[in-house]
Design a protein around this ligand. Sequence first.
Ligand code: NAD
Length: 394
Amino acid sequence: MFDSLKSELTRRTLLYKAGFGLITVSTFGTIGTILKPTRTLAQAGPAPTKEPSLPPEKKLGWAVVGLGKFATEQIMPSFGECKRSKLVALVSGDRTKAERLAQQYGVNQKNIYNYQNYDTIRDNPEVDVIYIILPNGLHAEYSIRGAQAGKHIMCEKPMANTVEECQAMIAAAKKSDRKLMIAYRAQYEPYNLAAIELAQSGKLGKLKAITSDHGRNLDPKDPADRWRANKKLAGGGSLYDIGIYSLQAARYITGEEPQEISAMSYSTPGDPRFREVEENVNFVLRFPSGVLANCTSSYGYSDTKRLQVFGSDAVLELDPATDYYQHRLIIKRKNSNEEQNIQEKNQFALEMDHLSESIMANKQPKTPGEEGLQDVRLMQLIYEAARTGKTIKV
Ligand code: NAD
């Protein structure tokens, strides 16, 4: 996988002059020299996939549960770029919205369900996979009901509110002999895959440290942020929502599991957004190889999604690291900064097709329920470390 990825890499080299910082930016394509303009926000979006789609009969049928912001703005449009997955059913509490979206995406009106008749989806042979895109506190119930209806499950992150819920989801999928995958899109995204390869192949030297920061301002006026301030629906605060990306990055970059955790948490007193969930959590993870990861998570500062990997020979910077598109990867050495320009792909289509392919080949997906359970277990330990002020042994 990494070999094919490497062949996609072209190099944009930022010439570096000691003491003067970055002075020139030039772009070198593999054939000749092409000056590639930076894509503006107005042009934002993944580059279209060029390969033709496979015939429809080779695609598995997907149902989307919860037609909120992420489902309608990112996931549903991405089916158009899938090779193995097609949208065939919708589950929503809002019939009018579901009918409008069904028309827009060519979904048969008879394949619209609500939360009450959801279980009858078991009688619909067109649906192979159910994608749960509900508030976190509802992930367990709808994943379990979906598995009991005999369908494979893709569930959004975080997997669920508690370790026990995650275990029940895994058990339900196992009992029904269905696949359960957690939608950790960054693990399917080409820039993050390149960062993993660079870190784990020794190209940065011996890994010493990682920093990863994820932050944004929780907006109580945004309906999608209202449930995020509710502990029962969100499970936790910024850590459960976006700090999980910092935690994930530390784990997939090292390919290791942390042995020790320390943490501190702080929420602005009197801020109504943080009555039930936390604003900030900073945590440190110690990995068996000796790598120390400093991670931050916040609902109180401006958009941040970055990752730095410090090796004995080079430092890798991915910023943004976990956006939907327009990632930037720079490798800093003593006398040069090199930007790796990697072909952008639709990470949502890649992750959905990964589950469809795993089902077709009867293989365990790369990010199964156990991966989601591990993060929920670690996030609970991060809270415990912050609460007690003690370093926790995992
Ligand atoms: P959202 O509020 O826009 O969507 C949630 C949907 O659930 C809405 O359509 C809402 O009507 C429905 N819903 C059903 N029962 C509900 C209830 N009891 N309370 C509130 N809403 C209810 O939120 P979102 O931002 O789309 O997030 C949905 C899920 O997707 C979350 O688990 C979130 O973590 C995840 N997400 C993932 C990413 C990613 O990059 N992987 C990005 C954003 C959100």
